[in-house]
Design a protein around this ligand. Structure first.
Ligand SMILES: NC(=O)c1ccc[n+]([C@@H]2O[C@H](COP(=O)([O-])OP(=O)(O)OC[C@H]3O[C@@H](n4cnc5c(N)ncnc54)[C@H](O)[C@@H]3O)[C@@H](O)[C@H]2O)c1
Ligand SMILES: N[C@H](CO)Cc1c[nH]c[nH+]1
Ligand SMILES: [Zn+2]
Length: 432
């Protein structure tokens, strides 16, 4: 397998990064056209795209998942799955419960009261991917923070299989969390349907959830008409490894993310040339046993990189430049590196913390920013599903004391009506 090699400080490496981010733009025209069709033709456009891209015949009669389908899904899954799922739900709920913000109000000595009122969003849409793999874990990562926030309506969307069914593990995950409104649609068309509504679907206030490049571009396009969590596109991993790291582990972890998508990005950064060689050998050995080896090979050849730096210090600079979705610190003293990391969606520390522990079980959210957007975006959290209003109460004493300052600022802006709204309240009243 031909994985590109770079010197971490080279212009070549920067060009490679820029090109792989830019290559995602080529999908914008086709996604824009899907958006226009869904807004114009509603359900009919969704059904047509579902037939075209998923090969499934969906119409009004089978669009919404029925109770019978949920019951049938329970018959198909094994008890061990439900046991593992419930453990994951517990861990994820515990972690996210710590994020809940409380409304607050505080009076000052003049009797003014300031505060913030936190409220859950009313209706949200959650995207659960399902194109080339099933993602019951993404049901949990979307729905649990929404439920902790107190969202009252959750509409879930996920692509159907060719026979019009939804993966039973995904359905059981949704049922375990009490999600009842599930539409059989995926891709960009599902995002536009949630954003603008159709004959059947009420539009939502926010769309959260990961997806492939079509889903991610569609989320970017609807942003502003509806809120989105952030851009959680094709998966990425960057591993910072020192010469003591185990090459078999590194190869396995790189491929764990490469298997998500032909557009997935796996990068190794190290100061050891020998380690790079051994990781390459391990990849060649392990890939042959993996069921999604075709996807892995394409992803590693087009978007994978093996990056050599002169010293481990520079490895952190490379990580900050890439701003990966997942960063693994496979080094002897991982906590020593933490203060030098500025840009990463989730950071996995030490040899016994491979990325998949975060995908399924540890508790933190696996819906994370990609494409370098970890420079300014954060993981999905309870905050994603909440908004706040500022609370301002002025007492008679407060308005009297602050009137002059407020009027001065209004006057320098030339906004005399603003100044007047203050003056009219304090006219003739003397400061105490
Ligand atoms: N960043 C994160 O937090 C995160 C988490 C989990 C998964 N992911 C990513 O989610 C993605 C899952 O991808 P997937 O494809 O398996 O499922 P998906 O549900 O994201 O996409 C499937 C849909 O893509 C649409 N599609 C496919 N080909 C198309 C085409 N040529 N034109 C227009 N639309 C088309 C179809 O409508 C299909 O239903 C992967 O990229 C994975 O890396 C990211
Ligand atoms: N690694 C993905 C985020 O990029 C999340 C996931 C779900 N299932 C397996 N992995
Ligand atoms: Zn994963």
């Amino acid at each position: 397998m031909n994985i590109k090699k770079f010197d971490g400080a080279s212009e070549d490496f920067k060009r490679f990064l820029a090109a792989s981010n830019a290559s995602m733009k080529q999908y914008e025209d086709s996604v824009g056209e899907i958006g226009r069709q869904v807004q114009e033709k509603g359900n009919q456009a969704i059904f047509a795209f579902t037939l075209k891209f998923d090969g499934a015949k969906i119409d009004e009669s089978n669009f919404l998942v029925s109770e019978d389908e949920i019951e049938a899904a329970y018959d198909e899954v094994d008890d061990d799955y439900i046991f593992a799922l419930d453990q994951a739900i517990d861990n994820i709920a515990t972690f996210h419960s710590r994020q809940l913000k409380n409304s607050w109000m505080e009076p000052d000595e003049r009797g003014n009261i300031l505060g913030q009122l936190y409220r859950p969003l009313e209706r949200v849409g959650i995207y659960v991917p399902g194109g080339t793999a099933a993602y019951p874990s993404s049901v949990l990562m979307n729905a649990i923070p929404a439920q902790v926030a107190g969202v009252s309506e959750i509409a879930m969307v996920t692509p159907p299989a060719k026979d019009g069914s939804i993966n039973p593990y995904t359905l059981v995950a949704a049922a375990e969390l009490g999600i009842e409104e599930i539409y059989k649609m995926g891709g960009a068309q599902a995002v536009f349907a949630l954003a603008y509504g159709t004959e059947t679907i009420n539009k939502v206030d926010l769309i959260s959830g990961p997806g492939n490049i079509y889903v991610t571009i569609a989320k970017k396009m609807v942003y502003g008409d509806v809120n989105i969590d952030m851009l959680a596109g094709p998966s990425e991993i960057l591993i910072v490894a020192d010469k003591k790291a185990n090459p078999a582990y590194l190869a396995a972890d790189m491929m764990s993310q490469a298997e998500h998508d032909v557009l997935a990005r796996s990068i190794l950064v190290t100061d050891s040339e020998t380690l790079i060689e051994r990781v390459q050998e391990e990849i060649e050995k392990q890939v042959q046993e993996l069921s999604r080896q075709d996807i892995i090979r394409q992803a590693l050849e087009n978007y994978g990189a093996l990056v050599l730096v002169p010293q481990m210090d520079q490895a952190c600079a490379v990580a900050n430049l890439v701003a990966p979705e997942h960063l693994e610190l496979m080094v002897e003293h991982p906590f020593d590196y933490l203060s030098r990391i500025r840009n990463a969606g989730a950071i996995f520390l030490g040899k016994d913390t491979p990325e998949p522990v975060g995908d399924y079980f540890a508790g933190p959210n696996h819906i994370l920013p990609t494409g370098g957007t970890a420079r300014f975006y954060s993981p999905v959290s309870v905050d994603t599903f909440m908004k706040s209003s500022s609370i301002i109460y002025y007492s008679p004493q407060g308005i009297k004391e602050d009137a002059e300052g407020i009027m001065k600022l209004a006057e320098v802006e030339g906004l005399t009506a603003h100044a007047n709204s203050i003056r009219i309240r304090v006219k003739g009243k003397k400061k105490k």
